[in-house]
Structures are given as structure tokens and as C-alpha cells.
Design a protein around this ligand. Sequence first.
Ligand SMILES: *Cc1c(COP(=O)(O)O)cnc(C)c1O
Length: 400
Amino acid sequence: MDISNLGARWVEVDLDVIKYNFEQIRELVPRPVKMLGVVKADAYGHGAVEVARVLEKLGIDMLGVTTVEEGKELREAGVTAPILVFGPFLKEDVNTIIDYCLTATIGNRESVRWLQDGLAQRGGTVKVHLKVETGMGRTGVWPRKALQVISEISAVSGLYLEGIYSHLATAMWKNKRYAQEQYAIFKNVLDNLARENINIPIKHLANSAAVLDLPHMQLDMVRVGTLLYGQYPAPELEKKIKLKDPWSLKAKVIYLRTLPAGHSVGYGRTYKAKRETKVAVLPLGFVDGLQTEPVQKPANILDLLKGIAKLVLHYLGHPLVSQPVIFPGGRGLIIGKVGMQLSMVDVTTLKGIEVGTVATVPARRTAIRPTLPVVYREEGRVKSVKVTSAAIWEKEIAVK
Ligand SMILES: *Cc1c(COP(=O)(O)O)cnc(C)c1O
């Protein structure tokens, strides 16, 4: 497939790398433990449909999304694996859950009643998993209410309680105390069920960080996202498996020039060339999601100090605050402020760079412009290209 007419910027996703990462995770999670592949948020920016198809081929037991709309999108693309919707749903979502055969999460008593009403009207069956609040402080029934909600679910014909789960808030921390406390609370609920002879087939708790660090929490199934996409939940976790990154943002050099020493670069003149500097202009900027990292409240004093140090370096015109752009001949740093659609890279020491040279640009994959073309590689070649232009969206709306 020819990708030369895609334009000067695009995303590449290597599906073989996702397969490779899956196999690595399977080394840590042997059968009979089931694996749920998390494909929420467009598979963390990799394309939910494309990733789901690959995971289905690999024999994934279940897929996970946050919203019923995400589940519906997968079904409409022909995905047949069980799909667990993590997020709470609304009354008006019930028909979609039934019609698209989605597995719903029960996090309160109202949602049981909504499903009951929907099933009475439409017939059919719905599989559900009960979510238990153990410390995330987000969604789920309180542990002491679990038995009661379970009996309410059992009383509804057509409703099948397939699973029970909870979600860890701090499994990526080095200090595992809170995660262990969450596990103990969950385990206590499971023990109570066993005492009442209630058997729920799939009990699950572990996310990526727990898969790496807390193997005793694997239970009947693990839910992995981050690891599949080649990232470690936190830099300090021991890298028990060697993962690869399937995602990259590409751009062609569209302009090259040499600036004399002392010349400034970009808006606000935040960078001044210390020596004669060869500058490559790349056609990517804020609008594409470049350098739009979310500003978070510092987690601790060290985090705060690092943030301040970065700001000081930035103020002094140090380009080291961003990760390097990778060219065939080496690495270059972004200099000056990133513009709306253009950015500048210092390539003074690199050889062989011309207009048209393809660079790999650092960016946050879940924050980039969703209309960038995506090239999917599989078995070493281009398998498909996804182009979502604003024009297509407009046309779809106009047709409706
Ligand atoms: C996102 C999510 C996961 C996956 O977490 P990772 O750390 O990316 O593996 C698992 N379970 C639930 C409920 C989630 O929302």
C-alpha cells in the first residue's frame, strides 16, 4: 500500500508489536487466568477497532471499554468477543446494552432496576459484573451492600451475574500497602460469598501494575491496557517483561535553514541560537497535540521540585524540557515555542537531513489530534490506512 500521498504528518501503529506485548504479558499471566484487553479511549489512542481485531485473533477472553458507545462501535465493526463496559450507564443506555450484547457493570441498585425494566420490555438476556468499591472512590457498591445487590440481580430473569470486580488506585506505587488493603477488602467480600455458597465465575482486580508486581491478585482474570501498548505503569516498577512501543507520530521535514548565532527562534523569542544553527521545520504543533501535556498537581515535594527545575531550565532557554525528535541520522531537540501547526528542531549536528526526511516526534498518544491519518502495519507491511477527515464527519452529520 502506498502511503506517499498521506500528507506530511501521520501516526503509525505496528500491530505486530501489540501481538508481541500480548505474548509477553501471557508469560506473567498463564492460563487458566483469563485476560481482558482494555481498548477504552480508542485503545489508548491506537484505534479500538483495529486493536480489538488483533486481540480477538490472539484469543483474548474479553475486551474492556468505559462507555456503551465504545462497545457499540466495536460491535458495529464486527467484533464478537465479550465486551465489558466499565463505566456506569444511564437508563437510556439499556437498549444499547441489550441490542449490542454488551456486558454491563452494576455499581448501584438503580442500574439493576433499569435493566429489569428494559429486559421486561425487550426480552433477551444481559450479562453483568458487579463492581465493588474498595478504595478507588469512584464507582461501585459498598462491600457491605454487595450481598444485597447480588440477590437483587439474581431475582431478575434474563440477568446473569458473570463477574465481580474492583479497581486498584495505587498498584503502580512502590509502596503496596494501600493496594494490599484494597485486595483484603475485596477478598473479604469474596469470602462472604463463598460462605453463602454464591458462585460468581469471574472474579477480577488486577490492572497492568498488579500484573507486574502483585501476581497473587490475578484471581480469575486480569485487565490490561498500559502493558499491551508497550508502556510501564510507572518508571520505577521492575521491568519483568520487555515491551515494545507500537505507536509513533511521524512528520516530514518541510523546510530547512541555517540561522546565524544569536538569532531567535519562534514566538516570544524564548530560544536564541548559541551558535550557527541548522533548523528543520516540522508540520506539527499545538493543534496536533504536540506539547500539550496536562498540568497535574505535583504528587509530592520531589515532583514539585522537578516541575520548578523544568520551568527554570525552560526560562533559561534550555530545550531539554522536551523529549528528542528522532531522525534517521540521530536525535534533535525542539527549540523555541511550538506553534499552532509548526515546530522547529535543532539538527545542526545531524547528517543527511533534507526536506522530506521523515522524523519520529514525541507526543502523548491519547492527546493527539484524532483526525491525523493512521497507518497500520502488520506482518511487516502496511495493512491499512485510517483517514478520518473533518469533511467526512460533516458529511455524516449532513446525511442524518
Ligand atoms: C483502564 C482500566 C484498566 C486498565 O488499566 P491499565 O493500568 O492501563 O492496565 C483496568 N480496569 C479498569 C476498570 C480500567 O478502567
